[in-house]
Write a new protein. Structure first.
Length: 610
């Protein structure tokens, strides 16, 4: 009998596994704005190295494609080269024996169609359409283009008030975003190449917590111009703030009793304490922004009236109505929209759910807010019903994890089929159709019914959280173009048939994140300023610290801790704890200061989009 041996990984395999992990980090931290042709070359070479080499399409064909791409990058190609590349890629896709060869060739083929202009630019002009003057990745990916490395450096030196001033140059909601921003800036942080991305949101939260009250900058001399801003949410207030700093009088029309929009009436207090929201709003109002409460467009005032009274009108009403399931019984007692449910809680109209079973349909952040709020209102059992997988949910991973920690049950791959209503018109439960994953379409696994019988989920309250819409009826009647439930504008937020009227934020783009709405308000404020005949620039008299030249050795990321789930679920107090000063200093010290090194060396100074 032969003796068998247990084989342990040899040194070469261990090193290669480490290199694969390094490669994953580099791909994860690839910044926006890289040359797509060169990225295709790099990916093709990686795939070519991973083929077994047994079939000609992979061994020879991928090498030939790589040769063609190198000719394009080296300025040796002609337009005929693109035809050869397309034919070669299609031939490999049809004849390769394995998925590696097929997918590598398909990537090149899709690139030839998707970014053909970049290939042509290389061939005809010998250059890439991408600019080497792109901002650092964290700034490029922030919709408002906040100077992230700058305020991180300020936090590292303990200059918290200056950090808040620098943030407000591009974002008047530093405190709010410190609590709830979806932090797209962290997605391509170059620190990923070393260990892990910087906790940018956590450092913003820390700066806002430790800075205390920071007054806004002085406004420019009055221009005598008056602008009506419809909607007191993050987009409208951001626009009003910057217009006021430019010297224009902004007047906000808000239909609800208080400012903040979905920040106040859609995001629960445990995520965003309302006294902290007030810090940002009070700073905005200190600039001189005027507010008229209880004014609903189309009911209390019309677009036509505002056009006569003001020099410009800005529509930033946000998405404040719910989408419907389209099922019979949706108007039964106990069936609520998530927006209305959360808005009532924001107004302190508390619904007693003690001992009740609650089901929430949807997989986004609003759904998570609804289930976690229901849990705090005493519900015996709370379930999320989602037709796809957990991996497909659009909610932030930490929100999903937080809900599960608080005892919320996830019922995935279950599509709502019918609402069960009793004789008194009260909801009793929800029938759902079991789903299974199927073919991948556009990079996402589609779903289809499994063929099994529908399941029954009992519930006393059913909350629908499958998306939001914009109230557009009055705008349509006023002649403002509306398409698929959104106000259709030019890229500048203007209309061809209505000079002086602008739109921005969720009403123009569809429901998006808070920082996206803030960015839209900032951009449209600059466009209104140009329309009025001015070219103001918002500046900030804060000196950014010089970078520390010491080595950046690998170091773990400081994450914000949370209150224990068993305690926090009993109240609406804040869930997250702030960093300590020592933690913030260490985390800020991890920043590689890409604004000074690497990307920064191509710039003559710190750039501004104003």
């Amino acid at each position: 009998m032969s003796r068998l041996e247990i084989k342990a990984p040899n040194r070469a395999r261990i090193v290669m596994e480490g290199l694969y992990k390094d490669l994953e980090r580099r791909i994860e931290s690839s910044p926006p704005g890289l040359c797509p042709v060169d990225m295709s070359r790099a990916f093709l070479e990686l795939c070519h190295a991973q083929t077994c080499g047994k079939c000609v399409p992979c061994r020879i064909g991928l090498g030939q494609l790589n040769h063609f791409i190198k000719d394009v990058l080296d300025g040796k190609a002609t337009m005929k080269t693109l035809d050869y590349m397309e034919e070669t890629a299609l031939s490999i896709m049809e004849s390769a024996d394995c998925a590696i060869g097929y997918e590598a060739a398909r990537m090149v083929y899709k690139g030839l169609i998707g970014y053909r202009d970049d290939y042509i630019e290389h061939i005809k002009n010998g250059r890439c359409t991408c600019s080497y003057n792109q901002p650092v990745p964290c700034v490029a990916l922030c919709p408002a283009h906040v100077d992230v490395p700058g305020y991180i450096a300020l936090v590292g030196e303990g200059r918290y008030a200056d950090a808040v001033r620098l943030i407000r140059k591009d974002n008047p909601f530093p405190t709010t975003c410190g609590f709830i921003c979806e932090h797209p800036c962290e997605a391509r942080c170059r620190r990923n190449m070393v260990d892990d991305s910087i906790n940018i949101r956590g450092l913003k939260r820390m700066a806002a917590d430790y800075a205390g009250e920071v007054d806004p900058p002085a406004c420019a001399p009055s221009t005598g111009k008056r602008i009506a801003v419809l909607g007191g949410g993050p987009g409208g207030l951001s626009a009003a703030y910057y217009l006021q700093l430019m010297g224009h009088q902004a007047v906000v029309y808000e239909m609800l009793p208080k400012l903040g929009g979905m920040l106040r009436y859609g995001i629960p207090n445990y995520r965003l304490p309302k006294e902290r929201l007030e810090d940002d709003i009070n700073c905005i109002l200190k600039t001189g922004v005027q507010v008229k409460y209880g004014m609903k467009i189309g009911q209390d005032i019309t677009i036509q009236q505002l056009r006569k009274e003001y020099d410009a009108v800005l529509i930033t009403i946000g998405a404040s109505t719910d989408k419907k399931l389209g099922l019979e019984g949706e108007d039964a007692d106990g069936v609520l929209s998530a927006v209305q449910f959360l808005r009532n809680v924001g107004k302190n109209i508390i619904m007693d759910l003690t001992g009740k079973e609650v089901a929430v349909v949807g997989g986004g952040n609003v759904s998570m807010d609804a289930v976690r709020t229901a849990k705090r209102l005493g519900a015996k059992k709370v379930s999320i019903v989602y037709r796809r997988r957990r991996a497909d949910m659009t909610a932030l991973p930490q929100e999903i994890e937080g809900a599960i920690a608080e005892g919320v049950e996830l019922q995935t791959l279950k599509a709502p089929a019918a609402i069960d209503v009793d004789e008194a018109g009260q909801v009793k439960g929800l029938y759902v159709t079991p789903q299974m994953v199927s073919a991948i379409k556009d990079g996402r696994a589609s779903i289809r019914p499994t063929g099994e019988e529908d399941l029954y989920i009992p519930c006393d309250v059913l909350i629908v959280a499958i998306g939001q819409n914009i109230e557009t009826r009055h705008f349509e009647e006023a002649g403002i173009p509306v398409e698929r439930g959104k106000i259709r504008t030019k890229s500048t937020g203007t209309f061809e048939n209505m000079p002086g009227v602008f739109a921005g934020g969720d009403c123009a783009s569809g429901p998006a994140s808070v920082i996206t709405a803030i960015a839209a308000g900032k951009v449209v404020a600059a466009n209104i300023d140009e329309y009025l005949g001015y070219h103001h620039e918002i500046s900030c008299d804060v000196e950014i610290p010089e970078p520390n030249l010491s080595d950046r050795s690998p170091c773990g990321r400081v994450n914000l801790t949370e209150r224990e789930a068993c305690l926090r679920v009993k109240d609406f107090e804040g869930v997250e704890n702030c960093m300590t000063e020592n933690e913030a200093k260490q985390e800020a010290g991890r920043c590689l200061r890409c604004d000074h090194f690497g990307y920064g060396i191509f710039k003559g100074g710190r750039e501004s989009i104003w």
